[in-house]
Design a protein around this ligand. Structure first.
Ligand code: AMP
Length: 431
């Protein structure tokens, strides 16, 4: 039996869980509580007990009568189908209504978020591992390009294994629904973080940009250009990890072009000038979008704002990007310069790839940290020279006698005094 890591609690999870165990776990969670069931599922990894019910009984979390009730309920409830291809197509008016179904081998638990073309669910596979699964809305699936975009994302990402890129496990069509199974990243998108908490601090913004650019470096090294870098596609996980997602619009070297005609690809607020001209792009198009993301993280605004997409595209193509200092005056020069260099109209004037941007971001981070330290030192110092506390004078230590030393000193003293007295008496009687 091989163990794997539970993405939520980083503890080993059994690979031996059967479909029946999973269904039993679902029912038992409502009765004994999710934490106890999860604990037993993990314990199955180390113990000889291969059945979840036995494990719950062993631990005393379940009594025999309740276990029998659950067994009866389980017999009535249909098991997740091992081969769902044979099942009839799902009729979905509202995609969220498929919670409780099994799609692509994933038992769907809850909705994580809704995107432009579908819904992302959290679920578990047959091994009990938590996964995110992106399901394309049937309405969107009528568009051939959207379907192909959906499928090619998994092919592109299967080659990209990096801590700053959301891992794709599989994709396919199950009962008429297009899906992609992804690594589960609990947390929120960068866009939600900025909308909820406002612009990021300087050091935090540089950290996020650095992590995303590290992910980009790996993609670029495999000749994959993301072409849709934006805060909605950057996930901030609850353990602090930053992950780049959604390679559905990526330009992948060696694959057939998704669009036969010259088509503008990307999101208007973050689109590089060359993308807006529907040209074939290189790494530096992603560097431009990273500049917009950095601008957004620092100010909560975009360099160009308009309700009309056409205006946005024209502005990115023809107008000089403003400085982020317009909205945040305390930003240092070196960050202003870094953003301006990313946002240069001419790709030759931008950073020459992810490596160069990583170096610049590292330098900016070092300067920002140093600046923070200086401010801290000034605040605690109040500008006065540092005074050492006066030294405490120590009294000379007097050696202490122990009891026997004191006894012998007393004996010697009394012998000496009595000898002196006897001699004195002898002398006085002689005289
Ligand atoms: P999308 O359709 O890719 O824009 O995703 C919509 C929302 O689903 C995102 O904003 C995230 O909150 C959530 N989400 C997407 N992918 C994942 C994932 N792999 N793990 C956890 N949440 C995700």
């Amino acid at each position: 039996m091989s163990a794997t890591t539970h993405p939520l609690c980083k503890k080993p999870v059994s690979r031996r869980l059967s479909q029946a165990d999973l269904k039993f776990a679902q029912l038992a969670r409502k009765t004994v509580g999710a934490s106890k069931v999860d604990e037993c599922m993990r314990a199955m990894h180390d113990s000889d007990v291969s059945n979840l019910k036995e494990q719950l009984l062993d631990k005393g979390y379940l009594d025999q009568a309740t276990a029998d009730d659950l067994d009866a309920a389980l017999a009535e409830a249909p098991l997740p189908a091992p081969n769902s291809e044979r099942l009839p197509p799902l009729k979905v008016d509202n995609l969220c209504s498929i919670i409780g179904e099994t799609l692509g081998g994933i038992y769907l638990h809850r909705v994580l978020g809704k995107g432009g073309s579908g819904v992302v669910f959290a679920g578990r596979n047959a091994d009990g591992e938590v996964r995110a699964i992106k399901v394309l809305h049937p309405r969107a699936a009528r568009n051939l390009i959207t379907c192909r975009r959906f499928g090619r994302e998994s092919n592109a990402l299967a080659r990209l294994l990096h801590k700053n890129i959301v891992r794709v496990y599989a994709s396919g069509v199950d009962r008429g629904l297009h899906y992609t199974t992804l690594e589960y990243c609990p947390g929120a998108s960068l866009s939600t973080v900025v909308q909820t908490h406002g612009p990021l601090g300087l050091i935090a913004a540089i950290k996020v940009a650095l992590e995303v650019t590290r992910g980009l470096k790996i993609a670029h090294s495999k000749d994959i250009i993301h072409r849709d870098i934006k805060p909605q596609n950057i996930l901030i996980c609850s353990d602090g990890q930053v992950k780049l997602a959604d390679f559905g619009l990526a330009q992948i070297h060696g694959t057939q072009h998704l669009f036969t005609k010259k088509t503008v690809v990307g999101t208007a607020h973050y689109m590089s000038p060359e993308q807006s001209r529907a040209e074939t792009v290189d790494d530096r198009a992603d560097i431009y979008s990273m500049g917009v993301v950095l601008f957004y993280m620092l100010t909560g605004r975009w360099p160009f704002e308009s309700k009309k997409k056409v205006d946005l595209v024209r502005q990115h193509r023809d107008e000089l990007a403003p400085s982020p200092r317009i909205y945040r005056a305390d930003l240092p020069d070196y960050v202003e310069e870094l953003v301006a260099r990313c946002l240069a109209k001419d790709p030759d004037e931008r950073f020459d790839g992810a490596d160069a941007l990583i170096e610049a971001l590292k330098e900016a981070r070092a300067k920002a940290l140093l600046q923070k330290l200086r401010v801290y030192a000034e605040e605690t110092d109040h500008g006065e020279p540092c005074q050492m506390p006066p030294k405490r004078r120590r009294r000379p230590r007097v050696a202490k006698m122990n009891r026997s030393q004191a006894f012998w000193l007393a004996v010697c003293g009394s012998v000496f005094v009595s000898t002196f007295a006897i001699v004195f008496l002898l002398f006085s009687s002689l005289l």
